[in-house]
Design a protein around this ligand. Sequence first.
Ligand code: ZN
Ligand code: ZN
Length: 354
Amino acid sequence: MKTTGRIALTLSGLLVLAGGIAFANRDAIMMRVFERALDKAMARDVMATLDPKALHVGFCGTGSPLPSRDRASACTVIVAGGKLFIFDAGEGAGETLSQMGLPLGKVQGVFLTHLHSDHFEGLGPLALQRWAGTSAATALPIIGPEGTQKIAEGLNIAYGPDGGFRIAHHGSAVVPPSGFGFASTVINPGVVYDKDGVKITAFPVSHGPISPAFGYRLDWQGKSVTISGDTTTDPSIAKIAKGSDVLVYEVLQPRLVEEMAKAAERNGQPGRAKIFRDIQNYHVTPEAAADSATAAGAKMLAFTHIVPSLPKPLMRLVTLGADKHYAGPIRTMRDGDLLSITGKGEPDHRNLLD
Ligand SMILES: [Zn+2]
Ligand SMILES: [Zn+2]
């Protein structure tokens, strides 16, 4: 055998031997990988990576009541001056926020746009993550239209036994009894928060028969974000959103939803067909949202509450037509996305779940 052949044989022998040793020790190796991943996750400090002078908009739920594995239900978080302001907390929002790595101990409150369940079903898990994860000493503030107090009362009753179990098990130092549950504030349109330079204004939107329904505008250090909430075409939104750096708009593509109604009919499901037709008249089309962004002079249009959510290669069908009605940048947001408004050019974009 030539020398090169012997070397090749020896090398492959060594590789097989190394593979054999790794296989025999695979459990220990996996444990080591797990430990390293844990350290990385525990030490993660997303806030330290955020520009403290920028206004940040995070997307902790970009879905709707239509079930989606890719999107939690309605949730937007704004980070201003190191504090977190959450707007709606639909199903999956608490988990998504936790996975995004934003510090729940900095949450100032959850502002509800309206009382459709896809906007508050995530409150329970969110409150638990905040309470147990940060040893919060005060109940989670939830601020919203008339009826918000009933949601707080109901959740406090529903989660009461769970709260008692956790206090008994982990102790009051880790889960302070004063931090359990929800504290509600019912608001009317107008300025609903004005502290440390952060101003939040609630405004009425058209989501009939659901009333009241609000959108919110947040202003901080000359930067602003407006959130439409759930609404049909409503000219008043452009007025209140005037000059916003980011206009966060819900969107429903009626052409696609009509196809869903027809498919339900073809398959003998008239009830679902009716719902798919009903929902078309209290949400906004991509074109109308884009018109509103143009009238507002908004610097960016960000779509959320996507109806329907499609696989990524098809997503452009949902917002089709918007670019003919608005010349600025348009983004269809994904869960985990974060926009950072620095005041210079288009907001920076990254995804905290990738
Ligand atoms: Zn909704
Ligand atoms: Zn709604």
